[in-house]
Design a protein around this ligand. Structure first.
Ligand code: SAM
Length: 206
């Protein structure tokens, strides 16, 4: 999909659907937050949620005391909705409207989080570019958390084909710059009473 089509697709989704009318909705992003907790980061850690959309991950990071948070998404509507939900607290977040493929980070992050955005990359060049970009943008001793559909997960998300991963295949994509810290499989219960199997991995930058 070329950039404009991709942007239109996601604008359409976020402007037409309510937060809880999409399969990936979570009232509380438990797995991501448990992994964050396990990392014992300082509250000053620079964190980015890539493809954060309308996720409540950012709300919870603020609750936990983090204050250097960026949220990136291709969709302006998604960012606007997240800002509205957060009200006054939204001014403390650095909101970035960008396609991840075009993102030029201005800082080094201690934690890069991506739940269900990386898996939309299906072309090996884009996947390699993403991993290189993450490596360039993450500080020494920094971490990356990636949540994708597992090899038992759905073949599509939001009507778009995704890349599904098992531990071996995700390690292969990240091994140039990262070593595995932890992983787990989780079954996400969608608002439509179906289940989607996710693989969460956390890597350390080499
Ligand atoms: C399946 S949703 C997941 C949203 C959020 N991470 C969560 O867990 O609720 C995918 C998100 O990634 C965003 N997205 C998709 N492709 C993107 C890209 N190339 N660059 C930036 N954001 C993208 C979409 O707008 C959407 O908000």
């Amino acid at each position: 999909m070329i950039n404009n089509q991709l942007e239109n697709h996601w604008e359409n989704v976020h402007s037409k659907k309510k937060e809880n009318e999409v399969s990936w909705f979570q009232i509380y992003p438990k797995i991501s937050l448990e992994i964050v907790n396990s990392l014992n980061l300082n509250n000053s850690a620079k964190i980015i949620d890539v493809g954060g959309g309308e996720s409540r991950f950012v709300d919870n990071l603020l609750e936990m005391g983090f204050y250097n948070i960026d949220v990136l998404d291709i969709s302006k509507s998604a960012i606007d909705k997240a800002k509205k939900r957060l009200g006054d607290k939204s001014s403390t977040i650095n909101w970035i409207i960008s396609d991840i493929n075009d993102f030029k980070p201005e800082k080094k992050y201690d934690l890069w989080h991506d739940r269900a955005a990386f898996h939309f990359l299906r072309n090996q060049i884009e996947i390699n570019n993403y991993v290189d970009l993450a490596a360039d943008s993450i500080s020494r001793n920094g971490k990356i958390i990636i949540g994708t559909f597992s090899s038992n997960g759905p073949e599509k998300c939001s009507g778009l084909e995704v890349s599904r991963y098992n531990l071996k295949s995700i390690k292969k994509e990240f091994k140039k710059h990262f070593t595995l810290n932890s992983h787990l499989i989780s079954n996400h219960s969608t608002p439509f009473n179906t289940f989607q199997e996710f693989l969460f991995t956390c890597f350390n930058k080499k």
